[in-house]
Design a binder for this molecule. Structure first.
Ligand code: ARG
Ligand code: ZN
Length: 385
C-alpha cells in the first residue's frame, strides 16, 4: 500500500492506543482523524475486529510519503477497508490472504519435533521448548556454555543469559546478542537458536588447508585412488573436497598405513556409510569394470538377497560409479587397487525418510541386516582363499 502522503489517517485506520485503553485520546492525535463513535479504537483485531494493526511502520507518526504501509485487518472488515482505500484512491495489494493459516502452519508441536531433527532450527519453538533446550545444551556442553540467571520477566518467567566461551572462564572481551525484544518478531529468537546450533550435518574432516573460511576434507575423496578426478573437487569449500594431495588427512594416512602394513592378511575391506541402502564395490573412480567385476557382483547380489530375505529391506547393489555416482579417492577403490579383492562399501539405512537422522529404534534392525551382509562376504572369502 503506497501512502499518498497522508496528512491525516483515514478514520478506519485506528490508532494503536495503549493496550486495552478505551478512551479516544491518543498520543498522536494530531496525525489522526477522530475515530467515529469509538468502534474502531483498539488495536487488537481479535478483540476488536474493526481495527487494523500496523505492521510497517511501527506507528502512524512514521508513515512517510512514498513509502509502503503494511497492516493487517480482520477478514470481516476487509471489504470495508478496501472500499475506503478505493475511495481515497490509495493503491494497495493484499500481501497475505490468510494470516491465521500461516500462524497455524508456523506453530510446531514441540512434543513431536525432536531437537535432533534437521529441521529443528528451521522451525519456531515455544518458550518452554526454548527453556528446556537451554537447560539441555548447557548441561551437555559445560565447557562451552554457561546458563546465567539474570532476573525474571514481569510475568515472573526466568531470564537467562547463555554465555558461550571456549573454556576460558573470564574472557576479556565479549559480544552481546539478544533476540526477540519484540514479541511478534519470531525470526529473531529463531536466529539465537540457530546461532547456538551445532552442525549435526558436518561431513568432512576438520583440517585447514588453503582457505580461511572453509574447513575440512572429504576423507572418502582423499585416498590415493584416482585422486581428485571427476566426482571430487579441489575447492576447499565443497563437501567433496579431495584435499591438497592424496592422504593429506592424518586420519586417512593412519588408516592407509595400517592397512598397507597388513595388506597380505586383510582379505576383505568393508567400509560403512549411510544412507541409501546399497552394497557397492569398485570402481567408483572410473566407470570401467574392475577385473573381478563378475565375482564382486555375485557377492554383492548375494548380500542384497540375504538382507532382503532376513529383514525385508531392499538394498541396491553394483559398482559404485554405476550405482551411485563417480566418486574418486574412496577407501574401497584404494584398498582394491592395493590388492584386497573383496572390497565393499555399505550404504546403510534408510532411503531418505530420516536420512542421516536415523532414529535410535532403527539402530538394531539396521545393524542386524548389515551383519547379515557382512557374514555373506566373510563366508565367500573363506570359501575363496
Ligand atoms: N557415500 C559415499 C561417498 O560419497 C559412497 C562411497 C562409494 N565408494 C567410493 N569409493 N566413492 O563417499
Ligand atoms: Zn559416506
Amino acid at each position: 500500500l503506497c501512502s499518498a502522503g497522508l496528512k491525516a489517517l483515514p478514520t478506519w485506520l485506528c490508532q494503536q492506543t495503549r493496550a486495552g485503553m478505551q478512551s479516544g485520546k491518543s498520543s498522536s492525535a494530531s496525525l489522526l482523524a477522530k475515530p467515529r463513535g469509538g468502534a474502531f479504537r483498539l488495536a487488537d483485531p481479535h478483540t476488536y475486529p474493526g481495527c487494523v494493526v500496523l505492521w510497517q511502520p511501527d506507528s502512524p507518526e512514521n508513515i512517510l510519503k512514498g513509502r509502503e504501509v503494511h497492516f493487517y485487518v480482520n477478514v470481516s472488515k476487509v471489504n470495508e477497508v478496501k472500499a475506503e482505500l478505493n475511495k481515497s484512491t490509495i493503491r494497495y495489494k493484499v500481501l497475505m490472504a490468510d494470516i491465521q493459516g500461516l500462524v497455524e502452519k508456523q506453530t510446531v508441536n514441540d512434543t513431536v519435533s525432536p531437537r535432533s531433527s534437521a529441521s529443528y532450527y528451521e522451525q519456531y519453538h515455544s518458550l518452554n521448548e526454548i527453556y528446556s533446550l537451554m537447560e539441555e545444551i548447557s548441561a551437555r556442553h559445560p565447557d562451552l556454555l554457561q546458563k546465567i540467571y539474570i532476573g525474571s520477566s514481569y510475568e515472573k518467567r526466568p531470564l537467562y543469559v547463555l554465555k558461550l566461551s571456549n573454556r576460558e572462564k573470564t574472557p576479556k572481551n565479549a559480544i552481546w546478542i539478544d533476540c526477540g525484544i519484540h514479541a511478534r518478531e519470531w525470526i529473531a529468537p529463531a536466529f539465537c537458536l540457530w546461532f547456538l546450533g551445532h552442525n549435526r550435518m558436518w561431513r568432512k574432516s576438520r583440517s585447514r588447508h588453503g582457505s580461511k573460511d572453509c574447513i575440512g576434507t572429504d576423507m572418502n575423496r582423499n585416498f590415493d585412488a584416482g585422486w581428485c578426478g571427476r566426482g571430487a573437487s579441489p575447492d576447499e569449500c565443497r563437501e567433496i573436497y579431495c584435499g591438497p594431495y592424496p592422504e593429506s588427512e592424518p586420519e586417512v594416512k593412519a588408516v592407509a598405513n595400517f592397512v598397507k602394513q597388513h595388506r597380505d592378511r586383510i582379505k576383505a575391506y568393508i567400509t560403512m556409510h549411510s544412507y541409501s541402502q546399497m552394497v557397492l564395490f569398485p570402481y567408483s573412480y572410473t566407470r570401467n569394470r574392475s577385473k573381478d567385476h563378475d565375482e564382486l557382483l555375485l557377492v554383492a547380489k548375494k548380500v542384497a538377497e540375504a538382507i532382503r530375505t532376513s529383514s525385508r529391506s531392499r538394498y541396491l547393489h553394483g559398482p559404485g560409479a554405476q550405482t551411485i555416482y563417480l566418486a574418486p579417492g574412496g577407501s574401497d577403490d584404494w584398498a582394491y587397487d592395493l590388492g584386497i579383492k573383496y572390497s565393499f562399501t555399505f550404504e546403510l539405512r534408510d532411503k531418505g525418510t530420516y536420512g542421516f537422522l536415523l532414529p535410535p529404534n532403527l539402530i538394531k534392525p539396521t545393524c542386524s541386516e548389515a551383519l547379515t551382509g557382512v557374514k555373506i562376504i566373510a563366508l565367500h572369502v573363506i570359501d575363496n582363499i
